[in-house]
Design a protein around this ligand. Structure first.
Ligand code: NIG
Ligand code: FE
Length: 423
C-alpha cells in the first residue's frame, strides 16, 4: 500500500469547491466559491488527510516531506462529465464547412457526421482506438482533468460498442484517471437500420445492454434525443431498458430542438441532461425542482455555427433558473476537438455569462455530481482522492484573464505528482 506522506506548503489560494452539504450547488450558491488563503495540504497515500493554515501546518508537520507550491493556486482536478473520447478518423472538412453555415443535422443522413466516424471506428482495432484515446486522455490530464466520463456511440453494432466500453475500463485501469463509462449505443441510427429505429433500439435492449451489464462495462446509459435522431418516446424507452440493468440515465437533449427530452430526463430520474441550448423557460422551471444536473458544453456551442449570440447565454439562464450547472468538453470528432476543461471554463466566463466562481464550481464539484463521482472527486475534502492541480497563477481570477493557455504545471493523481513544467 502507498502511504507516502507529504505536505504541500505555500499555497496562495486553496480552492475547496465544497458541495452544498452533499448536494450540488445551484442558484446563488453556485457563485459561492469556498477557498482558503495561505494554506497547506497534507496528503497520505492516495488521499487528502488534512488542510489548514500554512504557517501552523508547517510547524505541526515539521518532520513531513514538503512540496513548495510557491504561492500558486491549488484546486481539485477538473471533472469532465461529458466526452466521446473513443473514436477513429477525423472530420476537419465537415467542421470547416459548418463554420461557413452548413447544417449539422442534415449531415447525419449523408454518410457524413456521426455515421462517418462510425464507419472509421468499426474498422479500427482495439489497439488503435485505445492508443488514440489514451493520447487524448493524457492531453486532458496535462490540462488538469483527473476524471473524465467517456461514452460509446461510434460503434452502433455489438462488437464496436463493446470494444469502446472495454477501452473505457482499460483506460481507467492503466491511466488511473477516473473514467465513468457510458453506453450511448442510441447515438444515431446506423445505415443497416435506416427507417426502422424501433428494431435498432430493440437490438440494443436485447443484445447489447444485458452483455454490458453482465460484464460491468458501463455505469450510465445515454441517448441522443433530437429531431431526426431519437424522439422522446424512443429515448425514454431505451433509457428505461438500461435502468432495468442498473445503468443510470443521462440524456443528450435540447441541442438543436426542444422535443420533450427534459420530460424524459425527469421521468427517468436522469443524473444529468446535457447540451440544453434550446431549453424552454417552462422546462427550466420543471428541471429546477429536481436534482438533475444541467450540463453545458461551451466548445460545442461555439462550433455549431447556427448558434446565435443570445443562445450563448443559456448557461446564465440555467443558473438563474436555479438549476445546478456543470461544464464539460463534449470532446468528439464532430463538434469539439478541444479537450481542455480550462478552455471550456474560460469560454463560459468570456462569452456565456457565467462568473468565474460559478464556472469553477461547474467544472469541479457540480461536474462530479453529473457523473456520480461526488463522493470521490470534485472538491478538496478530507478522505477524498488526492486528485488536484497546481496552477502557475497566484489568484484564481487570472484563469479567464490568461485564457487559452495551459496554466496547470503539476497534477496530483491519486497522490502521485506529475510534473508538466508549464511556466
Ligand atoms: O454531443 N450531439 C450528438 N453527439 C455529439 C457529436 C457527435 C459527432 O458529431 O460526432 C455531441 O455533440
Ligand atoms: Fe455529446
Amino acid at each position: 500500500m502507498n502511504n507516502h506522506k507529504f505536505l504541500i506548503t505555500n499555497i496562495s489560494q486553496l480552492l475547496l469547491c465544497s458541495s452544498d452539504k452533499g448536494r450540488p450547488l445551484r442558484g446563488k450558491k453556485q457563485s459561492q466559491l469556498e477557498l482558503m488563503e495561505n494554506a497547506a495540504l497534507l496528503i497520505e497515500g492516495d488521499k487528502i488527510l488534512d488542510f489548514g493554515d500554512n504557517s501552523h501546518f508547517k510547524k505541526l508537520y515539521g518532520e513531513v516531506e514538503k512540496i513548495d507550491a510557491e504561492f500558486s493556486v491549488v484546486m481539485p482536478g477538473f471533472v469532465d462529465p461529458h466526452t466521446h473520447l473513443v473514436f477513429a478518423g477525423s472530420r476537419e472538412e465537415e467542421f470547416l464547412s459548418r463554420i461557413k453555415g452548413e447544417d449539422y443535422l442534415s449531415n447525419l443522413g449523408k454518410g457524413k457526421g456521426i455515421l462517418y466516424t462510425v464507419e472509421q471506428t468499426r474498422n479500427a482495432s482495439f489497439e488503435k482506438l485505445y492508443e488514440q484515446a489514451k493520447k487524448y486522455l493524457y492531453k486532458m490530464l496535462e490540462n488538469g482533468t483527473t476524471s473524465c466520463e467517456s461514452k460509446s456511440g461510434y460503434g452502433l453494432d455489438f462488437d464496436a460498442e463493446i470494444r469502446t466500453l472495454q477501452i473505457n475500463r482499460k483506460l481507467q485501469n492503466d491511466m488511473q484517471v477516473l473514467v465513468p463509462s457510458t453506453l450511448l449505443a442510441a447515438h444515431a441510427l446506423p445505415q443497416e437500420y435506416q427507417g426502422d429505429a424501433q428494431s435498432f433500439l430493440t437490438f440494443i435492449a436485447e443484445k447489447i445492454i444485458p452483455y454490458v451489464a453482465e460484464n460491468n462495462l458501463a455505469d450510465f446509459i445515454d441517448v441522443f434525443c433530437e429531431k431526426g435522431v431519437f424522439n422522446a418516446a424512443q429515448s425514454e424507452w431505451i433509457l428505461k431498458q438500461g435502468q432495468r440493468y442498473g445503468m443510470k440515465p443521462k440524456i443528450h437533449t435540447d441541442e438543436f430542438f426542444s422535443i420533450g427530452g427534459i420530460e424524459v430526463a425527469i421521468n427517468t430520474k436522469a443524473v444529468s441532461a446535457d447540451h440544453l441550448m434550446k431549453t424552454t423557460q417552462n422546462d427550466m422551471i420543471k428541471l429546477s425542482s429536481t436534482d438533475i444536473i444541467g450540463v453545458v458544453l461551451p466548445g460545442t456551442s461555439f462550433n455549431i455555427s447556427t448558434t446565435s449570440n443570445d443562445e450563448y447565454k443559456y448557461p446564465r439562464s440555467l443558473v438563474d433558473s436555479n438549476i445546478p450547472v456543470a461544464i464539460g468538453t463534449d470532446f468528439n470528432p464532430g463538434t469539439c476537438m478541444c479537450c481542455s476543461m480550462q478552455m471550456m471554463l474560460e469560454l463560459s466566463v468570456l462569452k456565456m455569462g457565467l462568473s468565474i466562481e460559478e464556472a469553477i464550481n461547474a467544472s469541479t464539484i457540480n461536474s462530479a455530481f453529473a457523473c456520480s463521482l461526488h463522493q470521490q472527486a470534485g472538491s478538496i475534502e478530507r478522505e477524498k482522492k488526492a486528485n488536484m492541480i497546481l496552477l502557475n497563477i497566484d489568484n484564481y481570477k487570472k484563469i479567464p484573464y490568461l485564457w487559452g493557455i495551459n496554466k496547470v504545471y503539476k497534477v496530483l493523481l491519486n497522490g502521485k505528482i506529475l510534473d508538466f513544467k508549464n511556466d
